[in-house]
Design a protein around this ligand. Sequence first.
Ligand SMILES: C[S@@+](CC[C@H](N)C(=O)[O-])C[C@H]1O[C@@H](n2cnc3c(N)ncnc32)[C@H](O)[C@@H]1O
Length: 414
Amino acid sequence: AVPAALRPAVQALLFQALRQLGRARALARLLAQRPPAADAQALLLTALALAWDDQAAPYTPFTLVSQAVEAAKRQPATRAQAGFINACLRRFLRERDALVAATDSDEVARSNHPAWWLQRLRADHPEHWQRIVQANNTQASMVLRISESKTTVAQYQQALTAIGMQAQTLGGTALALRRAAPVQELPGFAAGWFAVQDAAAQRAAPLLLQGLDRGAPLRLLDACAAPGGKTAHLADWALARRAPWTVTALEVDARRAARIHDNLQRLGLQAQVLVADAAQPAQWWQAAGGQPFDAILLDAPCTASGIVRRHPDVRWLRRESDIAQLAAQQARLLDALWPCLRPGGRLLYCTCSVFRAEGQAPVAAFLARNADARLLPSPGHLLPAPAHTGGSLGDNAEGEHDGFFYALLHKTAP
Ligand SMILES: C[S@@+](CC[C@H](N)C(=O)[O-])C[C@H]1O[C@@H](n2cnc3c(N)ncnc32)[C@H](O)[C@@H]1O
């Protein structure tokens, strides 16, 4: 509902507030013993989230407080509580240091992650969990994947330099922009010279396709494809190498599937797109050619716990019970797709999650129940690191990317 011209600014404020919501809730509990109605509470939390740390505040704390009160007065839903919000926030301005100090012992306030999430990160990544939390609260760079079929990373970097933009290579086809920009303002958007894609997501196509026979007419399947970031990468990889491979993309959600077409069209790439449930091959097997695939990418639905830098709402919206439900879907998809792979073929399983329950666990269980499945050398978890630190974390060779999990499975011949 936000007018287009205001969207970037509104989103920036919203994302900053979501990254500080744990702290804001803890402060609000000190200021108001009983929370006000939902809309008023939202304004109170937004003002506290943006104002509590004056080093990071986008406006002076005084401005944020007075604007929150002004906004409360303008909305019928909050008008009656404008005085209450004003009283809470004025007290906050007067006693800020003491109030902030009083919330410092609260781990949820300090980390801005739900308690169950922290517990899981600590158990899953005992050595790295604090860095993951820190990374999750930073703003991720805008990262491009350069279309190898159209240009090279070096040429594209020159094109950026020519318009005064700076970018840093992250390995492979990935370029991180020093400053984010609307895609239309970047060189070659309409001509399909690049796609916006995080560096960890850019690992999928090379992991699946490296070493395949470039002369053979191979059949590739992207089983959970929308919006088509990885489908496009698979097709671009093949085109750039003149490999006569065909790509089929499956997506269960018709609206999301439309975005695959849009992306392929802009990037000048070909793939067959089918709207179907990948876990029910009877629905799509014939339409997809009725022949086993040589390589399958399963980018399974997951909690998205690896991409909270880019989607700061995820941690607050997820419930811990979602994990078991998603893990069941992941197992169902693996089981249904395995028979669609030819013996000797490979399947790359991935999720944008840092939880082991959506990575190592489903893969280990799958290997245990399928004697013809073997794990090839795989990255496992790529863990997110804070941007621009140049630091590396475990197997996080490139330093700046989302959290992902990759396991490459080989199907042995009978
Ligand atoms: C993680 S996203 C895929 C992102 C995509 N691979 C990319 O790189 O742009 C998972 C997608 O799987 C779809 N999906 C979920 N369950 C599915 C199923 N049973 N069959 C096909 N698609 C499914 C979701 O609608 C969602 O679009």
